[in-house]
Design a protein around this ligand. Structure first.
Ligand code: S3P
Length: 448
């Protein structure tokens, strides 16, 4: 429900070395999917390590509204008693997904092939984001949608009573669109085929297989062809949610730019569809190592060790890497400001339709902090000022976007002057313990 409260300005002051162990919360993408797939299985799915950020809590409430029983045992341990594929009840009220594009788009997919009607809304950020990218293809299954101009929330979806299976090529690199279509395909008879030209995060595919769905993935000339057989009986699972690489990005990048730092971020998933930032930082010359590499729950995992890296060089980030680090560009642009030379980030049009227009939000705040940024529709370039050269000293707008707020807090840790964001509230959507966790490492964050 971010964005419904009073703005809480937050300031980050230049700090001494960051050190210690940063245990970041559970993965947001996997947390949403655990709740939704748990609700579509029959019986009790047990989840530990669930991210208890506002985005995920809104999805938990939504699953209850659709008839699943969701129990919070405390300490990140949850149970979902699912109603089975096709078993959703019609919600008695509007579903408020708060700030979460992932929540609303995946839930729309899950209900679109069931004979029920639901109305969705969110905060000012979510109600400004494009939903036609999901509702247009959901219409192929037989679902009907009425929304605001431009395909915006609030929006009502009338689920298909007699859904048909679909073959669909996803036109934008979006795991949310892909996942909405797969969740809808669960209750369509026969085989639904979803093709993505560029690989995006594959948690839905992995988890659907884990829940017992018949799903295959083939790499072809057309792209990744995902074939899902509809109407499976999903089996409840025991899920241990790994820590979120997108949250790990903040202590890792903070350590890399803050003189003298040495921080360990344990248990981070290095699924190749998510780990692009870490490869990029290493390409720039950051002192980032993977310790204790292992496999957990079928996913590659390591402890990340990030140390202060004063000799980083700007690079051209390969556009083909964009999907694997799409949420990490805001904080990468901060690191780029402390490198020497230009960092070019191209092929990133999707950044303009996130919780905010992330290119615009970062460019404005970085410029206010004395950093040069050039931009075009699908690219931007940051000119590095070197390890000690970033002035800071500005108030930046977080635009109801958690990752923008956290990126500017990281900037303030190593800039010459304090950096303020007008609203730190959105941070709780994905990283509710950001402030105490960074404070324990040595960051100097304050309110106001
Ligand atoms: C997500 C997909 C990405 C990402 C978002 C989480 C997911 O969005 O930005 O934070 O869990 O599927 P897009 O699908 O819009 O790229």
């Amino acid at each position: 429900m971010s964005g419904h409260g009073t703005p809480t300005p937050m300031t980050s002051n230049r700090c001494g070395p960051l050190s210690g162990v940063a245990e970041v919360p559970g993965d947001k993408s996997i947390s949403h999917r655990s709740l939704i797939l748990g609700a579509m299985a029959i019986g009790e799915t047990k989840i530990t390590g669930l991210l208890e950020g506002e985005d995920v809590l809104d999805t938990a409430k939504a699953m209850q509204a659709f008839g699943a029983e969701v129990v919070n045992h405390g300490g990140g341990s949850w149970s979902v008693f699912g109603v089975g594929v096709g078993g959703f009840a019609e919600p008695g009220n509007v579903i408020d997904c708060g700030n979460s594009g992932t929540g609303v788009r995946l839930i729309m997919g899950a209900m679109a092939t069931q004979p029920i009607t639901a109305t969705f809304t969110g905060d000012a950020s979510l109600n400004g984001r494009p939903m036609a990218r999901v509702t247009d293809p959901l219409a192929l299954f037989g679902a009907q949608t009425v929304g605001r101009k431009g395909g915006r929330l609030p929006m009502t979806i009338v689920g298909a009573a007699d859904p048909v299976p679909v073959r669909y090529v996803v036109p934008v690199p979006s795991a949310q669109v892909k996942s909405a279509m797969l969740l809808a395909g669960l209750n369509a008879p026969g085989k639904t085929v979803i093709i993505e030209k560029e690989a995006t995060r594959d948690h839905s595919e992995r988890m659907l297989a884990g829940f017992g769905a018949e799903i295959t993935v083939e790499e072809t000339n057309e792209g990744r062809v995902i074939t899902l057989t509809g109407r499976p009986e999903l089996k409840p699972q025991v899920i241990v949610v790994p820590r979120d690489p997108s949250s790990a990005a903040f202590p890792v990048c903070a350590a890399i730019i803050t003189p003298g730092s040495d921080v360990l971020v344990p248990g981070i998933g290095l699924n190749p569809t998510r780990a692009g930032l870490f490869t990029t930082l290493r390409d720039m010359g950051a002192d980032l190592t993977y310790e204790n590499e292992r496999t957990e729950g079928g996913e590659p995992v390591a402890d990340l060790r990030a140390r202060y890296s004063p000799n980083m060089k700007g690079i051209e980030v390969p556009p083909h890497r964009a999907a694997s680090m799409i949420d990490e560009y805001p904080v990468l642009s901060v690191v780029a400001a402390f490198a020497t030379g230009d960092t070019l980030m191209a092929g990133v049009k999707e950044l303009r339709v996130k919780e905010s227009d992330r290119i615009d939000a970062m460019a404005k705040g970085l410029r206010a902090c004395g950093v040069s940024v050039d931009e075009g529709e699908d690219w931007w370039q940051v000119t590095g000022l070197g390890p000690e050269g970033v002035p800071g000293g500005a108030t930046c707008a977080s635009e109801l976007d958690h990752r923008i707020a956290m990126a500017f807090m990281v900037l303030g840790m190593a800039a010459q002057n304090p950096v303020t964001v007008d609203d730190g509230g959105p941070i709780s959507t994905s990283f509710p313990i950001f402030e105490p966790l960074m404070g324990a490492l040595g960051a100097k964050l304050s309110h106001g």
